[in-house]
Ligand binder design. Structure first.
Ligand code: NAD
Ligand code: ZN
Length: 385
């Protein structure tokens, strides 16, 4: 029997969670949420994005009523906690600590549920707290923005910003379930309605040519807040996102590639340089278009499809922040180029940028040609006029 050499530890854990699509999940007549409880009853606490509560005057009352009616399934251990909505809730760990403290004070254990109702920022911050308490509570996400329903809320991560760095602190923590309730989207301000549309273009270009056609065809309707078109967009985009996480072989992003961040290296930089004045969706629309034009100049994406992307995004209501994109340092170098280094640093390893390789397909490159970025940006500026 050898007593030298390492013992190799090896095991795998299967993750599964449902993503439901519903309307009015806190209507007492809707059994969906109650059907998820496994205890008799299960302890639960609800965190609600303050802006969602403000825009839906009856929400808190409905939540109380729902839990009173379904008391055999869920025991609401504290009144719903209102949480500041938007990116500020992700400013460092202070809020996370506060949420974690409330969860501990309410004696949530590992079989208990943190139900989080809100935009991607609230899901991220409260989700991080729930992942830390007892090393992980059961999280039911109820995303209330287009972006959260088709992207942020259906993934496996949480996180907050720190020292100016986006999502610098966070964990991989798949949820127990996701409940996409379309009725919440009705109260979204226009810029947030659009935000998630940019992610749909992103994923269509690199994964689904047919979905790209759908977006081109329905761009005007989407801008006009057409509900059937938006329902299809949310569902298909969420499906592609989930499929990607399931099938890409790297759900917890151990490698240096992050295909779902197509178009995001410049987008993140634009958001930060504008101190978040440019909303994520607008930054992503610009970043996706920039990289599509780059790919068309580099020969991996048809010029026609890059032009259709520009036209489609414009018809969805996106305005490209050209001035911000063209800002340069004193040496004349584009400021957005720093986004490439940030992007690499976040993941570690070799720089890996995803670009379209024909419509609906993708490829990874490990360097971008600055002259081509300049040319793509010049093209983008012409198209934006
Ligand atoms: N964890 C992930 O995998 C992941 C992926 C992508 C993005 N994100 C994160 O998601 C965040 C962006 O999320 P977002 O686009 O949902 O923005 P957001 O959470 O900032 O929400 C946008 C605004 O709308 C308000 N709001 C939310 N729902 C509303 C509703 N139904 N009616 C009225 N107002 C409402 C919010 O309070 C906020 O002011 C970013 O912090 C980003 O880093 C996370
Ligand atoms: Zn994004």
């Amino acid at each position: 029997m050898s007593e030298e050499g390492p013992i190799e530890q090896r095991f795998s854990v299967e993750w599964r969670f449902p993503v439901h699509f519903s309307d009015g999940i806190f209507d007492v007549a809707n059994p969906l949420l109650a059907s998820l409880a496994t205890g008799s009853p299960s302890r639960a606490m609800v965190f609600v994005d303050g802006n969602v509560a403000r825009a839906n005057a009856d929400l808190i009352r409905s939540i109380f009523e729902y839990f009173a009616t379904h008391g055999a399934k869920f025991l609401l251990v504290a009144p719903p906690v209102l949480v500041e909505g938007g990116e500020r809730v992700k400013d460092g760990l202070a809020n996370v600590e506060d949420f974690a403290r409330r969860m501990l004070e309410a004696h949530l254990d590992r079989q208990a549920y943190a139900i989080i109702v809100g935009g991607g920022a609230v899901l991220d911050a409260v989700g991080l707290a729930a992942a830390l308490v007892h090393r992980g509570l059961r999280v039911i996400r109820v995303p209330t923005t287009v972006l959260a329903q088709n992207d942020a809320g259906v993934g496996v991560k949480n996180g907050v910003n720190d020292r100016g760095s986006k999502n610098a602190l966070g964990t991989f923590a798949p949820p127990f379930a996701v409940l996409n309730d379309f009725s919440f989207l009705r109260t979204l301000p226009d810029p947030h309605w659009r935000s998630g549309i940019a992610e749909a273009w992103k994923v269509a270009i690199i994964r689904d040519a047919e979905f790209f056609e759908f977006l081109c065809e329905h761009a005007g309707k989407l801008w006009n807040r057409d509900e059937p078109a938006m329902r299809r967009l949310v569902r298909r985009c969420a499906e592609l996102h989930l499929e990607h996480i399931r099938e890409n072989g790297d759900p917890f992003e151990m490698g240096s590639a992050r295909p779902l961040d197509f178009g995001h290296w410049s987008a993140h930089k634009l958001e930060r340089n504008s101190v978040f004045r440019i909303p994520h969706g607008e930054a992503v629309a610009a970043g996706v278009l920039l990289d599509s034009l780059y790919a068309s100049l580099a020969g991996s994406f048809a010029v026609r499809d890059a032009l259709r992307t520009a036209e489609g995004l414009r018809r969805c209501g996106f305005v490209f922040p050209i001035e911000e994109m063209q800002r340069r340092d004193p040496a004349g170098r584009l400021l957005i180029l720093e986004g490439l280094a940030d992007f690499q640093e976040h993941l570690g390893g070799e720089l890996t940028v995803t670009l379209p390789d024909g419509l609906g397909r993708r490829m990874e490159v490990h360097a971008l040609d600055e002259r081509l970025i300049e040319a793509a940006l010049a093209r983008l500026a012409e198209l934006a006029c």
